[in-house]
Ligand binder design. Structure first.
Ligand code: UPG
Ligand code: MN
Length: 783
């Protein structure tokens, strides 16, 4: 039925009438038929009221005809207001949800600004340190290396880290290195003994030729790749020494790799080191149920504590703390607290450095860098810890997984430093022992004169005494994990500990020298990256909701800037909701042609365009300024999206379950070894999937939904007659969907095209395509 009626100002054309549901569709256009600058509007109305004598507008699509010039105020206001979908109108809730997401993003953006207002960059003057302090006046430094599993943290890698910290450019008698082995593995123990022998050659070599880096593996690798290595030209003597030391290293590495591969030690291996006790690893031994194993492998006071040149070696201790099923071991925090206690008995160094077993020291001067702050006459007494950034040896040029956390380490932590100091992030941090053991700011700590006692004790006696301190019962009814040492119950034990230290009035320092101080091994597959971030964001959210929340506990204790800065990290996880919403709802609504963003011609598009343009230009410039590449930035946007839609989502859910007491958070250790073909793909920056994981299913479903939506709208454009209207009203949505597709290209490749082992498993592809299809079709039918 087609009728036409004329009102005073508008000519209305009725297009269709549904007798069943009472819906009426009509056009309205200005009476002036000759005027091409008119508005043509499309209405969907419903007759309501008792006698169907009232009309309720369900849908109103104003459409501007080409060449239109008039734009009166009234008209403009009407267009803007009519954009909010009315009660009962399609897209109303989607629109309100988007508004909520935008408000969240706005709020979160404000938090992140605290990282950028007040940046502080620091420099050290190590020459002044040596002028002011003799070697004998320097403080003792205890270095803790943590390892937890010989299969994913290979002993050869662990001892390279140990050797690198043993050869710091620092008086050896003032250095003690402790290896905490939560895997309690005889293979790691064996490797450490081998390393202690090798150290007798390695440390004098390092000191004589002033080499860098001092992790043997990294040093030999860098000298193979750079044929221009200066020393070969410089000195014949060093060239010869190089060949000899390399040979000794390779022999040791072969022995260690042999036992690691075999998974156990032969009697012969053990008998070569009969000065040490392997008998702990008997048939009753189990990894999660064993007594403390503590052995002082090098003691500087003894004859075996000298290097080949007769100089004292650093003290070297192996510790596998007691583990019993009935006692929670509290992961790395438990290991660190055992180390704090044990070391207080053996060396009691004033300064404690902690490194993960993969983070070798890349700069032999770092201790001195840290001491420049801690011994500073004016401000040193306020500083509790000096944190170095965590950098990685294996990051590729365009950093496919955003491992480098480039903006965090080059920009944000400097911003936090301006407000009182960075977070404590675990590896690469120098602490004052007394602060870590619970000294309150502004108080003096009783200095226990353990050193003197030590002179009188034999190594065996010392071991026995220290062993007690690593037992499970030692922490029973004590303040450890609460007031003393690292805090328990949080997967990011470091951040919560740092926050509580800062809340007591202490400051911290971020030291980011040009030559990275530590280099570790970054995860090499998407799965590992996402799992690691789940742990971090879960821990951070737990802090937000804990007693130590930066929002309330820290109020008035740390500066507002630092509070906001902490909150930005602690609220990583809740970002998942807004991002998830944004990453598929607008695309889905493309399928039924419901616009959710302002039209291209509306002035309301301006804030959107401005925010998109300003935000992304700023972030790109910041990324490039921090030394990244354009492709690296693009990769970071992808990983940002992936983390937010998976890691953060799971972290968010798990935190809630944790608070409800349903689950307990765990510490999934990141693997530091990779299969050859995986690492080959990592080098080539090809995304690694390879396993089925619920996280991958989410990513695949989201990517496929977007693909279907885009195909849907593209079809409209190709076959539909109303192309102009589609672009006018839905450009933003099409743009969003298009960008999501571009960013997901490696994922589609893994889902549909690749044939190698690192592709998405076919079962996952089928499952996610079917699910995405189901979502898209049911959405189309429902609305
Ligand atoms: O029960 C455990 C679990 C882990 N670790 C050690 O903790 C370190 C960190 O573990 P890793 O799997 O490498 O975690 P990452 O996420 O890479 O570590 C970062 O994040 C952690 C907090 O989540 C910090 O503790 C680390 O210092 C920091 O580098 C490693 O040396 C492990 O050997 C233990 O000693 N005992
Ligand atoms: Mn790690």
């Amino acid at each position: 039925m087609m009728i036409s009626c004329t009102s005073l100002s508008h000519k209305i054309t009725l297009l269709a009438f549904h007798p069943d549901d009472g819906d009426v569709f009509f056009f309205s256009r200005s009476n002036n038929d000759n005027n091409v600058e008119e508005d043509v509007e499309f209405f969907q109305c419903r007759m309501v009221g008792k006698n169907h004598n009232q009309i309720e507008t369900l849908l109103h699509l104003p459409r501007r005809v080409l060449g239109r010039r008039t734009n009166s105020k009234v008209e403009r206001e009407r267009t803007l207001l009519s954009f909010i979908p009315k009660q009962g109108q399609i897209g109303r809730w989607a629109w309100i949800g988007l508004l909520a997401a935008e408000l969240w993003f706005g709020f979160y953006w404000i938090l992140t600004q605290s990282h950028r207002w007040n940046q502080l960059y620091r420099n050290t003057f190590k020459d002044k340190l040596s002028q002011r302090f003799d070697d004998s006046e320097l403080p003792c430094v205890d270095i803790f290396v943590c390892t937890a599993d010989p299969t994913i943290e290979p002993p050869l890698m662990v001892i390279n880290t140990v050797l690198s910290v043993m050869s710091y450019d620092y008086p050896s008698e003032k250095l003690s290195v402790y290896l905490s082995d939560d895997g309690a593995s005889d293979l790691t123990f064996y490797a450490l003994i081998e390393a202690s022998n090798f150290a007798k050659h390695w440390i004098p070599y390092c000191k004589k030729y002033q080499i860098e880096p001092r992790s043997p593996a990294a040093y030999f690798k860098s000298n193979i790749s750079s044929s221009s290595s200066s020393f070969i030209k410089d000195s014949h003597d060093q060239a010869r020494a190089f060949v000899i030391i390399k040979e000794i290293y390779e022999e040791m590495a072969t022995r260690i790799e042999k036992v690691t591969k075999w998974g156990q030690l032969s009697e012969e291996d053990k008998s070569k080191h009969n000065a040490f006790t392997f008998s702990h690893w008997d048939s009753s031994w189990s990894r999660s149920n064993h007594h403390t194993i503590l052995q002082i492998i090098i003691d500087g006071r003894e004859q075996n504590g000298k290097d080949v040149g007769g100089c004292t070696l650093p003290t070297l201790v192996y510790l596998a703390r007691e583990k019993r099923p009935q006692f929670h071991h509290n992961f790395k925090a438990g290991a660190m607290n055992a180390l704090i206690r044990v070391s207080s008995e053996i060396s009691n160094g004033e300064i404690i450095l902690n490194v993960d077993c993969d983070m070798y020291t890349n700069n032999s001067q770092s201790i001195k860098d840290a001491l420049c702050f801690l011994l500073d006459e004016e401000q040193g007494h306020e500083i509790a810890y000096v944190q170095f950034p965590q950098k990685f040896e294996n990051v590729t040029k365009n950093d496919l997984y955003g491992n480098d956390l480039r903006t965090i380490s080059s920009v944000e932590f400097h911003g936090l430093d301006g407000y009182g100091g960075p977070l404590y992030i675990g590896s690469g941090c120098f602490h004052r022992r007394d602060v870590l053991s619970g000294r309150k700011f502004g108080t003096e700590f009783e200095k226990e004169e353990k050193k003197e006692n030590r002179e009188r004790e034999s190594v065996r006696e010392l071991e026995e005494k220290a062993k007690e301190l690593a037992s499970c019962s030692c922490e029973k009814n004590s303040l450890w994990g609460k007031e003393k040492g690292l805090k328990y119950g949080c997967p990011v034990e470091d951040v919560i500990t740092g926050l509580s230290i800062q809340s007591q009035g202490w400051k911290s320092v971020y030291c980011n020298p040009t030559r990275p101080a530590f280099l570790g091994v970054a995860p090499t597959s998407l799965d590992q990256v996402l799992v690691q971030h789940k742990r971090w964001s879960e821990g951070d959210l737990l802090i937000m909701l804990s007693k130590y929340s930066p929002a309330w506990y820290a109020y008035n204790k740390i500066s507002l800037g630092l509070q906001l800065g902490y909150s930005a990290y602690c609220l990583w996880a809740p970002n998942c909701l807004a991002t998830l919403y944004y990453s598929f709802i607008p695309s889905l609504y493309l399928l039924n042609a419901t616009p959710l963003f302002p039209k291209v011609s509306s002035p309301w598009i301006i804030p959107f365009v401005y925010v998109i343009f300003a935000k992304y230009t700023y972030s790109l410039v910041e990324f490039l300024w921090s030394g990244g590449t354009v492709l690296g930035w693009w990769n970071e946007q992808r990983i940002w999206l992936y983390k937010r839609t998976t890691s953060y989502l799971f972290a968010f859910i798990d935190t809630i379950l944790n608070l409800l007491g349903v689950t307990n958070s765990a510490f999934v250790i990141t693997a530091k070894v990779t299969d050859e073909d995986v690492s080959e793909r990592f080098e080539k920056e090809i995304m690694e999937f390879g396993t089925t994981s619920p996280m991958f299913t989410i990513l695949a479903v989201l990517a496929t939904i977007n693909l279907f939506c885009f195909i849907g709208v593209a079809k409209e454009v190709v076959v539909g007659k109303d192309i102009a209207r589609v672009f006018e009203t839905m450009s933003m949505q099409i743009l969003l969907c298009g960008v999501l597709i571009l960013i997901n290209l490696p994922l589609y490749n893994g889902l549909f095209l690749r044939k190698d082992k690192g592709k998405m498993p076919s079962s996952l592809t089928v499952k996610s395509v079917a699910f995405a299809l189901f979502v898209c079709t049911s959405f189309t039918f429902m609305y």
